[in-house]
Write a new protein. Structure first.
Length: 279
């Protein structure tokens, strides 16, 4: 079952300390979103051995960096935004920040709920955001362990919504395909812009112009898709005049070895790799 969750809790009303483990690109995006949406900086602690200058500057707002567990108090929520390959080593340290009632929200790719529970304890929500989270336009899919209560799920939902939209699923087995579609998906879109520019150069356009045309076309089309209630298929059809230039191009792109075949194989490959990372 897949559900779109409503924003059921304001960040300003989340109780207890929130510890963020990992302040890289995604962790920093979450933190910025939390602060801009009303979470009190004095209730946030960040575990990050090498914080960026931008993140370090947040200490002036009251955020604590690399505190000892005893200095934080009873931690209501631990958010893990580490690189998956660092988790086996970091898990034991993070366990000292959790209690049985702690909500643990992980955005690590490929690390299953069971592994997080074994390493950290607590009540685990596993989530997969994507890089547009950096501008508040991400999409995150989340799945909760059986011991996550309704109030904890609402807290997780509010924290994740700082990065954009949130969808909840009931089957953790879907997360590998989620990773392949939306987690890795921005790279596919960036590749489209990259290759569209190359094709423009091959057709005779100056490289700078081809690059600008490709970037703005992909960005503008994405914004149109975001704002429109019309399906992507209908938007495509609206651009396509019978017998015209777009139709000629789509005949190639939608052919037997076209985009559908390529993306199906690409997503399948990414799904397989996600499953391998979980072992």
């Amino acid at each position: 079952m897949v559900t779109a969750s409503s924003d059921t809790q304001s960040l300003a009303h989340i109780l207890g300390p929130v510890v963020l483990a990992g302040a890289g690109k995604m962790g920093s995006a979450m933190l910025s979103g939390w602060l801009s949406q009303g979470l009190d900086a004095k209730r946030v602690a960040v575990i990050e051995p090498h914080p960026s200058a931008e993140i370090s500057a947040l200490a002036a707002k009251g955020i604590r960096f690399n505190p000892a567990p005893k200095d934080v108090g009873t931690i209501a929520t631990l958010v893990i935004a580490l690189k998956p390959q660092t988790f086996p080593e970091a898990g034991a340290m993070l366990k000292s920040f959790t209690a049985p009632a702690t909500l643990v929200v992980s955005i690590m790719a490929g690390i299953p709920i069971g592994s997080i529970e074994a390493a950290c304890g607590g009540s685990v929500v596993r989530a997969m955001p994507n890089t547009p989270a950096a501008i508040g336009r991400g999409i995150t899919v989340a799945v909760a362990a059986d011991n996550v209560g309704a109030d904890q799920r609402a807290v997780a939902d509010a924290l994740l919504r700082a990065m954009g939209a949130v969808e909840w699923v009931g089957d953790e087995g879907l997360m590998d395909a989620v990773t392949a579609v939306s987690g890795s998906g921005p790279a596919y879109v960036f590749l489209l812009a990259e290759e569209l520019a190359r094709a423009g150069v091959a057709a005779g356009l100056p490289e700078e112009l081809a690059t600008r045309l490709a970037r703005e076309t992909v960005a503008g089309s994405g914004e149109l898709l975001h704002r429109s209630r019309i399906s992507s298929a209908m938007l495509r059809e609206n651009v396509t005049s019978p017998g015209g230039t777009t139709a000629a191009a789509l005949e190639v792109l939608m052919g037997p070895d076209g985009m559908q075949s390529l993306l199906t194989r690409a997503v399948a490959a990414a799904t397989r790799r996600s499953k391998q990372l979980a072992k």
